[in-house]
Design a protein around this ligand. Sequence first.
Ligand SMILES: [Zn+2]
Length: 449
Amino acid sequence: MKIYDTLRGEKVDFKPVHEGRVGIYVCGPTTYDYAHVGHARVAIMFDIFRRFLEYTGYDVVYVSNITDIDDKIINKAKERGEEPIKMAHRYAEEYMKDMKSLRVREPNIVPRATRHIDEIIKLVQTLVEKGYAYQSGGDVYFSVSKFKDYGKLSHRSIEEMIAGARVEVSDKKREPLDFALWKAAKPGEPSWPSPWGSGRPGWHIECSAMSMNYLGSTIDIHGGGADLIFPHHENEIAQSEAATGKVFANYWMHVGLVRFEKEKMSKSLGNVFYVRELLKKYRPEVIRIMFINSHYRKPFDFSLKNLEDSKIILEKIWSAYTDFKKGKKCNYCDLCHEYEEKIISALKDDFNTRKAMMHYLQFISEAREKNLGVCAAEFMEKMDNILDILPKEFGKSMENELIDLIVEIRNKLRKERKYDLSDWIRNSLAKMGIKVEDEAQRTKWIRIR
Ligand SMILES: [Zn+2]
């Protein structure tokens, strides 16, 4: 299996620290607002990557944190007159709910910064003792010039990094690139006692402390959105490797940004950059397919057209699945073997989900041509261990039986040429997210929302 490692800047063979086991740490959200489509892309892509690793036989430990203390949280809470950590935890719950709606499986561990203050203080202490960090006022800073490899992940020069985004300005720092490991408490802010007086952790240090706490000093894969490469991940490497003298992560994977024209989108669709708003208009599987259909490393242009195209693909998939399921019995077929290999080898090549989806759709058309039945449906179910895009509610349920009945009534009305009434039923079902399709021999229905 090959993975593109941001640090080495190329596709490299993947070899975990311990054979058969993979430890992954992915930087999660700072929870001061609802999850947006950028969060959704990172969570969905790593969800599918994790499932794929499990599918190929790895034992995966997947850790993804919640940043529940940060300047942004404190500022937003102040604006709203709320207690910062309480507010952060409320948004964290909402984030977990949104991800669940997107069929993202919960990580094995979801650590929160405020619950790991002891580990964070210990790590800062080590860095001070080793001479990599210095105290200034009640703050503690990491001295970037002491770590000679600084910049190795983002491949930037010192000048470029100084000009880069999110470098905080402070007269307490010795040099502009130095970053806060610990911040002295301001009045009214949440704080914890420490050897440097009461304060709170800086943003970067929490991920190093939690990653090492749960996965050890050297982990297999560290990931996140491409916006975190600098300074967040660069700083994580510096502080972790300075403290342990070991390589912090063997592979760095970054999911490209989601770009969208906020104003244009707002006019046509409302606030759909929020996951929960998007889910009022589109099924979660549509959103999964939309991201599966693009290469994870590339920036993604979020648009109405992309959503509508993905919806058409989903309908095609569900309609085929329904037909195969009702089709003739067949044994696990040669075609299924052939396509399983194709899909898995696409994913083994730096997790090329776009190519995998192309094979998946090709399988569907070939299986239709060959008039395959149940075994094709079974193959799709097998692949769904990775993709998770098939209808969940398939099978006999009271609701499905009632829809069958309504569709049957509509067919009887059509035979009697009562088209006003039959069209009214079809339109009413469409409003409920049930699409009725008339074919030559029969009528079928699928859920589209
Ligand atoms: Zn992080």
